[in-house]
Design a protein around this ligand. Structure first.
Ligand code: FE2
Ligand code: FE2
Length: 178
């Protein structure tokens, strides 16, 4: 498997979550209420799976190695766009967390902010994924030889192994600090 294989498989799960986010946002808008637990679950998915585990492999392995290559101007521009989009996603999720907290504490006006942030995520991720799947990922593989691809894939599996432990260390640490 190419090192972009696991990343593309992960895109498919992210797309399924985006579909759920979009459906919940539509329903919440018509009912003028949302279940904060759904927002918690969406935030957890985006932060731990989409950002830490998935963007983590993109930035800390694929992009890291590509920084050492002579990328074409176009590929360098797209890679920077992808990095900036990851940052944008983090910012939106942070705003979503704040709005969900306010909503949970009784601030009904936060619902509009929650719906806006969910919509932004639902619009942003599919475009980001298409740019990677159809444009940047295929182009990126041209810079790597067979052994570089193999070692990159192996590093990605190793990266994934750490994620479940990291997640639950944080769960315990958060509970300990309360
Ligand atoms: Fe990405
Ligand atoms: Fe991605």
């Amino acid at each position: 498997m190419l090192p972009i294989g696991p990343l593309m498989i992960e895109h498919r799960l992210i797309e399924r979550m985006i579909t759920l986010i979009r459906e919940h946002a539509v329903q919440a808008k018509s009912e003028t209420k949302i279940d904060p637990h759904f927002v918690d679950a969406a935030v957890d998915f985006v932060r731990i799976y989409a950002d830490r585990t998935h963007h983590g492999k993109e930035e800390n392995i694929l992009f890291r190695d590509l920084h050492g290559k002579q990328l074409s101007e176009q590929d360098a521009v797209i890679m920077q766009e992808l990095i900036d989009e990851h940052k944008f996603g983090r910012q939106v999720v942070g705003e979503l967390v704040d709005a969900n907290e306010a909503y949970r504490n009784g601030d009904q006006s936060s619902l509009d902010i929650i719906l806006d942030k969910l919509q932004v995520l639902a619009d942003f991720y599919p475009e980001h994924i298409i740019k990677e799947d159809k444009v940047f990922f295929p182009a990126s593989m041209e810079y790597l030889d067979a052994s570089e691809k193999d070692s990159m894939l192996a590093e990605m599996w190793e990266f994934d192994k750490k994620m479940i432990h990291e997640k639950y260390i944080h769960v315990v640490e958060d509970l300990e600090s309360q």
